[in-house]
Design a protein around this ligand. Structure first.
Ligand code: IZC
Ligand code: ZN
Length: 420
């Protein structure tokens, strides 16, 4: 059986092993690196990896041979937490932020998320699609081959569905695979401020509609002081679970509310943000196998504390990293910057960082069986970085190290340019 593609002369091949489960504790740093590696690809899947020359039996017919020129190869990167589809931007709040006006004060004054809700309501499907496609191209150029995409800028059923329909169409059209999340409970609309329960009921009534249209696999809630309480979050996510949604939570971003503990109680796939997570919450997450999606670019942008990643790793929590791409708290699609902050501010080793944006982030969006490692049977999504080794990606920060990206064994980025 001839291969479709053989990648040879890989200076440092980071496979992430077989990727059969998320990596926790010391495993996050026990990353196998194959020197002078090769990869054999067939029918869009990885067939074999090794060191030296691939067996000649694979070469024949129309087998393509790609020379990696001694550079670094990793699995395609997975960004597990983005607010990809949205209208408008919030640079008008930038000076307030620089003046130290807290994120929640801007939201309470009707700005923040609510400002993006207005822009998203006014934007057409085509405008949302065009804007999100441009961001997906940027993510791809950084080596992202799969990303999560939340709704959450409608707060009404019609606009939430519009966002999810845009993500569905982009998932069909664009090389980057999307995993959709319904985040109808992203903020309390002003018109419901005096009748919160009515809004919660609206969110719960929307769930079967989203499910029936197959527009989202996950349900998420912004569980935060001044947004949605632990009890409100529990009510929404239990209703979502009953309908078969998988669960994520924006947890303990600003206040230590107990979102981390709630994620363990609910058997969430991930708890996200966690800058203010308690040690008990971390222990509960470790016990329940909840993945910590940490968003260092949000801490960087909000000039706030960073999540205690080292403590979570020591406690046996599986850590993933993401950009939290959104127009307010993290307006960047640059997952490599999140990786560099993962080392520079979260004090994670380069091996822990690459684990956090491949196998662990794959499991946090329930794609761990298909992607996240360069191993037999997984989708042939991989990146050739123009670096002499893995460490260099985190060491030399602020630039894009991507040379080539392959999606299902087909090249979609060549020498840093998108070619799909
Ligand atoms: O501010 C935004 O638009 C996104 C966000 N949701 C929860 N934290 C940040
Ligand atoms: Zn977010």
């Amino acid at each position: 059986m001839y291969a479709d593609l053989i990648v040879k002369n890989i200076g440092n091949l980071i496979t992430m092993g077989e990727g059969k489960k998320p990596r926790v504790g010391k495993e996050m740093n026990e990353v196998e690196i194959i020197k002078d590696g090769y990869i054999v690809i067939k029918d869009g899947k990885f067939l074999e990896v090794g060191s030296g020359e691939a067996d000649k039996k694979y070469i024949g017919g129309s087998t393509l041979i790609k020379d990696a020129m001694g550079l670094t190869v990793t699995p395609g990167l997975i960004d597990p937490h983005t607010h990809l589809v949205h209208g408008g931007s919030r640079e008008n709040e930038f000076s307030k932020k620089l003046d130290g006006v807290p994120y929640m004060d801007i939201l309470k004054a009707g700005g923040g998320i609510l400002s993006t809700v207005n822009s998203t309501k006014q934007a057409s499907f085509e405008e949302l699609y065009k804007k999100a496609k441009k961001s997906l191209d940027i993510m791809l150029s950084f080596g992202v081959t799969t990303a999560e995409a939340k709704s959450g800028y409608g707060l009404d059923l019609e606009t939430e569905l519009k966002q999810l329909e845009v993500a569905k169409k982009l998932n069909e059209d664009h090389p980057v695979d999307l995993v959709s999340t319904y985040l109808g409970a992203h903020a309390m609309p002003p018109e419901y401020r005096d009748d919160r329960d009515k809004f919660i009921d609206e969110i719960i009534k929307a769930l079967p509609v989203v499910k029936e249209k197959k527009l989202a696999e996950f349900c998420d809630v912004f569980c935060e002081e001044g947004v949605f309480s632990i009890e409100e979050t529990r009510k929404i996510l239990n209703a979502a679970k009953e309908l078969g949604f998988k669960v994520k939570i924006h947890a303990d971003e600003i206040a230590t509310l107990g979102g981390a503990e709630l994620s363990a109680e609910l058997g969430a796939f991930s708890a996200d943000h966690l800058m203010a997570a308690s040690e008990k919450g971390m222990d509960d997450m470790a016990k329940a196998g909840v993945i910590a999606d940490i968003l260092p670019t949000t801490s960087f942008n909000l000039n706030k504390d960073y999540a205690r990643a080292r403590l979570m790793i020591e406690k046996g929590v599986a850590v993933a990293l993401s950009t939290d791409y959104n127009p307010g708290s993290s307006p960047t699609e640059n997952l490599q910057l999140a990786m560099q902050l993962g080392s520079l501010k979260l004090r994670m080793t380069p091996k822990e960082v690459i684990t956090a944006v491949t196998v662990n982030s794959a499991y946090s969006v329930d794609r761990g069986k298909e992607i996240g490692s360069i191993s037999k049977g997984k989708r042939a999504d991989f990146v050739i970085f123009d670096t002499p080794n893995l460490e260099y990606i985190m060491y030399h920060f602020g630039i894009n190290h991507t040379k080539d990206v392959y999606k299902n064994g087909v090249q979609v980025v060549e020498d840093g340019r998108i070619i799909y």
